[in-house]
Design a protein around this ligand. Sequence first.
Ligand code: NAD
Length: 314
Amino acid sequence: MNTQDVNTADSGSAKPNIAFIGLGNMGAPMAENLLKAGYALSVYDLSEDATQRLQQAGARVADSPKAAASNAQVVISMLPAGKHVHSVYLGENGTNGLLAELPQGTLVIDSSTIAAADARTLAEAASKLGIDFLDAPVSGGTGGAIAGSLTFIVGGSTDAFAKAEPILAVMGKNIFHAGEHGAGQVAKICNNMLLGILMAGTAEAINLGVKNGLDPKVLSDIMLQSSGRNWTLEVYNPYPQVMDNVPSSNGYQGGFMTKLMQKDLNLALQTAQNTNVDTPMGAKAAELYEAHTVENGDRDFSSIMARHDSSVLY
Ligand code: NAD
Protein backbone atom coordinates (compact mmCIF):
# COMPACT_ATOMS: atom_id res chain seq x y z
CA MET A 1 0.00 0.00 0.00
CA ASN A 2 1.15 3.50 -0.71
CA THR A 3 0.72 5.15 2.68
CA GLN A 4 1.78 8.52 1.29
CA ASP A 5 -1.40 8.81 -0.72
CA VAL A 6 -4.65 8.83 1.09
CA ASN A 7 -7.66 8.31 -1.11
CA THR A 8 -11.13 9.28 -0.07
CA ALA A 9 -14.23 8.23 -1.91
CA ASP A 10 -16.18 11.12 -0.45
CA SER A 11 -13.63 13.95 -0.67
CA GLY A 12 -15.50 17.10 -1.65
CA SER A 13 -18.57 16.94 -3.79
CA ALA A 14 -16.82 15.87 -7.03
CA LYS A 15 -17.66 12.44 -8.38
CA PRO A 16 -14.94 9.92 -7.49
CA ASN A 17 -12.98 8.21 -10.27
CA ILE A 18 -13.98 4.57 -10.50
CA ALA A 19 -12.06 1.47 -11.58
CA PHE A 20 -14.36 -1.30 -12.83
CA ILE A 21 -13.04 -4.86 -13.06
CA GLY A 22 -15.06 -7.62 -14.77
CA LEU A 23 -17.16 -6.56 -17.75
CA GLY A 24 -19.28 -9.62 -18.51
CA ASN A 25 -23.04 -10.01 -18.85
CA MET A 26 -23.58 -7.93 -15.69
CA GLY A 27 -20.45 -5.79 -15.34
CA ALA A 28 -20.61 -4.25 -18.85
CA PRO A 29 -24.08 -2.71 -18.53
CA MET A 30 -23.41 -1.65 -14.93
CA ALA A 31 -20.22 0.14 -16.03
CA GLU A 32 -22.07 1.75 -18.94
CA ASN A 33 -24.64 3.20 -16.54
CA LEU A 34 -21.84 4.76 -14.46
CA LEU A 35 -20.41 6.35 -17.61
CA LYS A 36 -23.83 7.70 -18.58
CA ALA A 37 -24.12 9.25 -15.10
CA GLY A 38 -20.86 11.14 -15.67
CA TYR A 39 -18.37 9.06 -13.65
CA ALA A 40 -14.82 8.80 -15.04
CA LEU A 41 -14.20 5.09 -15.46
CA SER A 42 -11.09 2.97 -15.99
CA VAL A 43 -11.88 -0.63 -16.82
CA TYR A 44 -10.11 -3.97 -16.86
CA ASP A 45 -11.19 -7.42 -18.06
CA LEU A 46 -9.27 -10.45 -19.32
CA SER A 47 -11.39 -10.38 -22.48
CA GLU A 48 -10.56 -7.81 -25.14
CA ASP A 49 -14.08 -7.98 -26.58
CA ALA A 50 -15.42 -6.93 -23.20
CA THR A 51 -13.07 -3.95 -22.83
CA GLN A 52 -13.66 -2.76 -26.41
CA ARG A 53 -17.37 -2.36 -25.72
CA LEU A 54 -16.60 -0.11 -22.75
CA GLN A 55 -13.95 1.83 -24.64
CA GLN A 56 -16.57 2.69 -27.24
CA ALA A 57 -18.83 3.88 -24.44
CA GLY A 58 -16.12 6.27 -23.18
CA ALA A 59 -14.12 4.32 -20.58
CA ARG A 60 -10.33 4.27 -20.31
CA VAL A 61 -9.10 0.70 -20.85
CA ALA A 62 -6.28 -0.47 -18.57
CA ASP A 63 -4.06 -3.51 -18.99
CA SER A 64 -4.11 -4.64 -15.35
CA PRO A 65 -6.27 -4.18 -12.25
CA LYS A 66 -3.51 -2.00 -10.79
CA ALA A 67 -3.41 0.26 -13.87
CA ALA A 68 -7.21 0.56 -13.80
CA ALA A 69 -7.14 1.58 -10.14
CA SER A 70 -4.34 4.14 -10.39
CA ASN A 71 -6.05 7.46 -9.76
CA ALA A 72 -9.35 5.83 -8.69
CA GLN A 73 -10.96 6.46 -5.32
CA VAL A 74 -13.43 3.62 -5.78
CA VAL A 75 -12.91 0.09 -7.18
CA ILE A 76 -15.88 -2.02 -8.24
CA SER A 77 -15.58 -5.68 -9.26
CA MET A 78 -18.08 -7.98 -10.97
CA LEU A 79 -16.27 -11.30 -11.38
CA PRO A 80 -17.58 -14.85 -11.82
CA ALA A 81 -16.64 -16.53 -8.53
CA GLY A 82 -14.61 -16.40 -5.31
CA LYS A 83 -11.38 -17.65 -6.89
CA HIS A 84 -11.37 -14.78 -9.42
CA VAL A 85 -12.08 -12.20 -6.72
CA HIS A 86 -9.35 -13.69 -4.51
CA SER A 87 -6.81 -13.65 -7.34
CA VAL A 88 -7.56 -10.02 -8.29
CA TYR A 89 -7.45 -8.58 -4.75
CA LEU A 90 -5.03 -10.86 -2.90
CA GLY A 91 -2.90 -12.30 -5.73
CA GLU A 92 -1.32 -15.77 -5.79
CA ASN A 93 0.33 -15.56 -2.41
CA GLY A 94 -2.35 -13.61 -0.58
CA THR A 95 -0.37 -10.38 -0.41
CA ASN A 96 0.52 -9.46 -3.99
CA GLY A 97 -2.91 -8.54 -5.35
CA LEU A 98 -4.63 -5.24 -5.99
CA LEU A 99 -5.38 -4.50 -2.30
CA ALA A 100 -1.63 -4.11 -1.65
CA GLU A 101 -1.45 -1.44 -4.35
CA LEU A 102 -4.35 0.74 -3.27
CA PRO A 103 -3.93 3.92 -1.24
CA GLN A 104 -5.55 4.11 2.19
CA GLY A 105 -9.12 5.30 2.10
CA THR A 106 -9.95 3.60 -1.19
CA LEU A 107 -13.46 2.15 -1.23
CA VAL A 108 -13.70 -1.36 -2.71
CA ILE A 109 -17.13 -2.68 -3.70
CA ASP A 110 -17.27 -6.31 -4.77
CA SER A 111 -20.57 -7.13 -6.46
CA SER A 112 -19.67 -10.70 -7.45
CA THR A 113 -21.59 -13.50 -5.73
CA ILE A 114 -19.02 -15.31 -3.58
CA ALA A 115 -18.94 -17.15 -0.24
CA ALA A 116 -19.64 -14.95 2.78
CA ALA A 117 -16.49 -16.37 4.41
CA ASP A 118 -14.40 -15.20 1.41
CA ALA A 119 -15.98 -11.73 1.62
CA ARG A 120 -15.06 -11.54 5.31
CA THR A 121 -11.47 -12.61 4.58
CA LEU A 122 -11.17 -9.88 1.95
CA ALA A 123 -12.72 -7.27 4.24
CA GLU A 124 -10.24 -8.15 6.99
CA ALA A 125 -7.25 -7.98 4.63
CA ALA A 126 -8.52 -4.64 3.30
CA SER A 127 -9.08 -3.24 6.76
CA LYS A 128 -5.46 -3.99 7.77
CA LEU A 129 -4.41 -1.79 4.84
CA GLY A 130 -6.80 1.05 5.71
CA ILE A 131 -9.14 0.19 2.84
CA ASP A 132 -12.94 0.00 3.12
CA PHE A 133 -14.39 -3.19 1.64
CA LEU A 134 -18.07 -3.91 0.95
CA ASP A 135 -19.65 -7.11 -0.29
CA ALA A 136 -22.45 -5.85 -2.54
CA PRO A 137 -23.91 -8.70 -4.60
CA VAL A 138 -26.87 -7.91 -6.82
CA SER A 139 -30.19 -9.31 -7.89
CA GLY A 140 -32.21 -8.39 -10.95
CA GLY A 141 -30.42 -10.14 -13.80
CA THR A 142 -29.02 -8.63 -16.98
CA GLY A 143 -32.32 -6.80 -17.58
CA GLY A 144 -31.90 -5.04 -14.24
CA ALA A 145 -28.24 -4.29 -15.00
CA ILE A 146 -29.15 -2.66 -18.33
CA ALA A 147 -32.08 -0.72 -16.87
CA GLY A 148 -30.11 0.42 -13.80
CA SER A 149 -32.75 -1.18 -11.59
CA LEU A 150 -30.68 -3.81 -9.75
CA THR A 151 -31.14 -4.65 -6.10
CA PHE A 152 -27.85 -4.26 -4.18
CA ILE A 153 -27.49 -6.31 -0.99
CA VAL A 154 -24.62 -4.84 0.96
CA GLY A 155 -22.51 -6.07 3.86
CA GLY A 156 -19.96 -3.86 5.63
CA SER A 157 -19.58 -0.77 7.80
CA THR A 158 -22.23 1.94 7.94
CA ASP A 159 -19.68 4.59 6.88
CA ALA A 160 -18.55 2.67 3.82
CA PHE A 161 -22.17 1.94 2.94
CA ALA A 162 -22.99 5.66 3.06
CA LYS A 163 -20.09 6.42 0.67
CA ALA A 164 -21.14 3.65 -1.72
CA GLU A 165 -24.86 4.41 -1.76
CA PRO A 166 -24.91 7.26 -4.34
CA ILE A 167 -22.75 5.19 -6.71
CA LEU A 168 -24.87 2.08 -6.30
CA ALA A 169 -28.00 4.18 -6.85
CA VAL A 170 -26.81 4.84 -10.42
CA MET A 171 -26.88 1.09 -11.14
CA GLY A 172 -29.74 0.00 -8.91
CA LYS A 173 -33.12 0.97 -7.51
CA ASN A 174 -33.12 -0.88 -4.19
CA ILE A 175 -30.03 -0.61 -2.02
CA PHE A 176 -30.13 -2.69 1.19
CA HIS A 177 -27.62 -2.61 4.02
CA ALA A 178 -27.96 -6.25 5.15
CA GLY A 179 -25.47 -5.99 8.03
CA GLU A 180 -21.76 -6.52 8.70
CA HIS A 181 -19.19 -7.97 6.28
CA GLY A 182 -20.53 -11.10 4.59
CA ALA A 183 -24.19 -10.32 5.35
CA GLY A 184 -24.79 -9.20 1.76
CA GLN A 185 -23.52 -12.53 0.47
CA VAL A 186 -25.61 -14.55 2.95
CA ALA A 187 -28.79 -12.71 1.88
CA LYS A 188 -27.86 -13.11 -1.79
CA ILE A 189 -27.41 -16.89 -1.61
CA CYS A 190 -30.69 -17.27 0.29
CA ASN A 191 -32.35 -15.42 -2.58
CA ASN A 192 -30.58 -17.42 -5.28
CA MET A 193 -31.30 -20.74 -3.63
CA LEU A 194 -34.98 -19.79 -3.80
CA LEU A 195 -34.58 -18.62 -7.41
CA GLY A 196 -32.99 -21.96 -8.41
CA ILE A 197 -35.89 -23.81 -6.79
CA LEU A 198 -38.47 -21.53 -8.48
CA MET A 199 -36.88 -21.82 -11.93
CA ALA A 200 -36.60 -25.62 -11.73
CA GLY A 201 -40.18 -25.84 -10.42
CA THR A 202 -41.60 -23.46 -13.03
CA ALA A 203 -39.94 -25.40 -15.87
CA GLU A 204 -41.35 -28.64 -14.41
CA ALA A 205 -44.89 -27.21 -14.18
CA ILE A 206 -44.86 -25.78 -17.72
CA ASN A 207 -43.60 -29.11 -19.05
CA LEU A 208 -46.39 -30.99 -17.27
CA GLY A 209 -48.96 -28.71 -18.92
CA VAL A 210 -47.39 -28.87 -22.38
CA LYS A 211 -47.16 -32.68 -22.25
CA ASN A 212 -50.87 -32.66 -21.40
CA GLY A 213 -51.86 -30.58 -24.39
CA LEU A 214 -51.66 -26.99 -23.07
CA ASP A 215 -50.14 -24.07 -24.89
CA PRO A 216 -47.12 -22.87 -22.82
CA LYS A 217 -48.16 -19.21 -23.16
CA VAL A 218 -51.76 -19.87 -22.10
CA LEU A 219 -50.57 -21.93 -19.13
CA SER A 220 -48.01 -19.27 -18.16
CA ASP A 221 -50.69 -16.55 -18.28
CA ILE A 222 -52.95 -18.66 -16.07
CA MET A 223 -50.24 -19.35 -13.48
CA LEU A 224 -49.21 -15.70 -13.56
CA GLN A 225 -52.70 -14.79 -12.33
CA SER A 226 -52.86 -17.72 -9.90
CA SER A 227 -51.07 -18.80 -6.76
CA GLY A 228 -48.07 -20.23 -8.64
CA ARG A 229 -47.07 -16.70 -9.68
CA ASN A 230 -43.36 -15.98 -9.24
CA TRP A 231 -40.49 -13.90 -10.70
CA THR A 232 -39.63 -16.45 -13.39
CA LEU A 233 -43.19 -16.29 -14.78
CA GLU A 234 -43.26 -12.50 -14.44
CA VAL A 235 -40.04 -11.61 -16.25
CA TYR A 236 -37.97 -14.68 -17.17
CA ASN A 237 -40.20 -17.44 -18.58
CA PRO A 238 -38.06 -20.53 -19.32
CA TYR A 239 -40.17 -21.74 -22.28
CA PRO A 240 -39.12 -20.38 -25.73
CA GLN A 241 -41.27 -17.67 -27.34
CA VAL A 242 -43.61 -17.17 -24.39
CA MET A 243 -41.87 -13.83 -23.71
CA ASP A 244 -39.81 -11.47 -25.85
CA ASN A 245 -36.33 -10.36 -24.83
CA VAL A 246 -35.57 -13.21 -22.45
CA PRO A 247 -32.80 -15.82 -22.90
CA SER A 248 -35.29 -18.66 -23.59
CA SER A 249 -36.43 -16.82 -26.74
CA ASN A 250 -32.82 -16.30 -27.80
CA GLY A 251 -31.34 -19.82 -27.68
CA TYR A 252 -30.66 -19.38 -23.94
CA GLN A 253 -27.71 -17.08 -24.73
CA GLY A 254 -26.53 -14.34 -22.35
CA GLY A 255 -28.39 -13.89 -19.08
CA PHE A 256 -27.25 -15.84 -16.00
CA MET A 257 -25.18 -18.86 -16.90
CA THR A 258 -26.19 -22.28 -15.58
CA LYS A 259 -22.69 -22.78 -14.14
CA LEU A 260 -23.10 -19.57 -12.09
CA MET A 261 -26.46 -20.76 -10.71
CA GLN A 262 -24.81 -24.05 -9.82
CA LYS A 263 -22.04 -22.11 -8.04
CA ASP A 264 -24.63 -20.16 -6.03
CA LEU A 265 -26.60 -23.28 -5.07
CA ASN A 266 -23.38 -24.87 -3.88
CA LEU A 267 -22.57 -21.75 -1.85
CA ALA A 268 -26.02 -22.01 -0.23
CA LEU A 269 -25.55 -25.70 0.56
CA GLN A 270 -22.07 -25.08 1.96
CA THR A 271 -23.43 -22.35 4.21
CA ALA A 272 -26.30 -24.61 5.31
CA GLN A 273 -23.91 -27.45 6.08
CA ASN A 274 -21.52 -25.21 8.04
CA THR A 275 -24.36 -23.93 10.18
CA ASN A 276 -26.35 -27.17 10.50
CA VAL A 277 -29.40 -25.90 8.63
CA ASP A 278 -31.66 -28.25 6.68
CA THR A 279 -32.28 -27.18 3.01
CA PRO A 280 -33.80 -30.20 1.20
CA MET A 281 -35.36 -28.15 -1.64
CA GLY A 282 -32.07 -26.30 -2.17
CA ALA A 283 -30.27 -29.66 -2.27
CA LYS A 284 -32.66 -30.96 -4.94
CA ALA A 285 -32.25 -27.81 -7.06
CA ALA A 286 -28.45 -28.12 -6.72
CA GLU A 287 -28.63 -31.75 -7.87
CA LEU A 288 -30.72 -30.79 -10.94
CA TYR A 289 -28.43 -27.90 -11.85
CA GLU A 290 -25.30 -29.96 -11.35
CA ALA A 291 -26.51 -32.53 -13.89
CA HIS A 292 -27.67 -29.78 -16.27
CA THR A 293 -24.32 -27.93 -16.09
CA VAL A 294 -22.41 -30.82 -17.64
CA GLU A 295 -23.64 -29.95 -21.14
CA ASN A 296 -25.25 -26.55 -20.65
CA GLY A 297 -22.95 -24.67 -18.27
CA ASP A 298 -22.64 -21.61 -20.53
CA ARG A 299 -26.34 -21.37 -21.39
CA ASP A 300 -28.71 -19.24 -19.34
CA PHE A 301 -30.04 -21.01 -16.22
CA SER A 302 -33.61 -21.02 -17.58
CA SER A 303 -32.38 -23.72 -20.02
CA ILE A 304 -33.12 -26.16 -17.17
CA MET A 305 -36.34 -26.41 -19.27
CA ALA A 306 -34.34 -28.69 -21.61
CA ARG A 307 -34.15 -31.31 -18.87
CA HIS A 308 -37.78 -32.05 -19.77
CA ASP A 309 -37.75 -31.27 -23.48
CA SER A 310 -34.41 -31.07 -25.27
CA SER A 311 -36.06 -29.63 -28.41
CA VAL A 312 -36.29 -26.22 -26.66
CA LEU A 313 -32.55 -25.82 -27.21
CA TYR A 314 -32.98 -25.54 -30.98
P1 NAD B 1 -19.70 -13.28 -16.81
O1 NAD B 1 -18.97 -14.57 -16.84
O2 NAD B 1 -20.59 -12.88 -17.93
O3 NAD B 1 -18.64 -12.07 -16.60
C1 NAD B 1 -17.49 -12.15 -15.82
C2 NAD B 1 -16.39 -11.30 -16.46
O4 NAD B 1 -15.25 -11.33 -15.60
C3 NAD B 1 -15.95 -11.82 -17.83
O5 NAD B 1 -15.97 -10.77 -18.77
C4 NAD B 1 -14.51 -12.33 -17.57
O6 NAD B 1 -13.66 -12.16 -18.69
C5 NAD B 1 -14.10 -11.43 -16.42
N1 NAD B 1 -12.99 -11.96 -15.62
C6 NAD B 1 -12.83 -13.22 -15.14
N2 NAD B 1 -11.69 -13.28 -14.41
C7 NAD B 1 -11.15 -12.05 -14.44
C8 NAD B 1 -9.98 -11.48 -13.87
N3 NAD B 1 -9.12 -12.20 -13.14
N4 NAD B 1 -9.73 -10.17 -14.10
C9 NAD B 1 -10.58 -9.44 -14.85
N5 NAD B 1 -11.70 -9.91 -15.42
C10 NAD B 1 -11.97 -11.21 -15.21
O7 NAD B 1 -20.52 -13.28 -15.42
P2 NAD B 1 -21.78 -12.36 -15.02
O8 NAD B 1 -23.03 -13.01 -15.47
O9 NAD B 1 -21.48 -10.94 -15.40
O10 NAD B 1 -21.73 -12.52 -13.42
C11 NAD B 1 -20.76 -11.85 -12.60
C12 NAD B 1 -21.14 -12.10 -11.15
O11 NAD B 1 -22.47 -11.59 -10.90
C13 NAD B 1 -21.18 -13.58 -10.75
O12 NAD B 1 -20.67 -13.73 -9.46
C14 NAD B 1 -22.66 -13.93 -10.82
O13 NAD B 1 -22.96 -15.00 -9.95
C15 NAD B 1 -23.29 -12.62 -10.38
N6 NAD B 1 -24.66 -12.37 -10.87
C16 NAD B 1 -24.99 -12.60 -12.18
C17 NAD B 1 -26.29 -12.33 -12.62
C18 NAD B 1 -26.71 -12.57 -14.04
O14 NAD B 1 -27.94 -12.51 -14.31
N7 NAD B 1 -25.81 -12.81 -14.98
C19 NAD B 1 -27.24 -11.83 -11.72
C20 NAD B 1 -26.86 -11.57 -10.41
C21 NAD B 1 -25.56 -11.84 -10.00
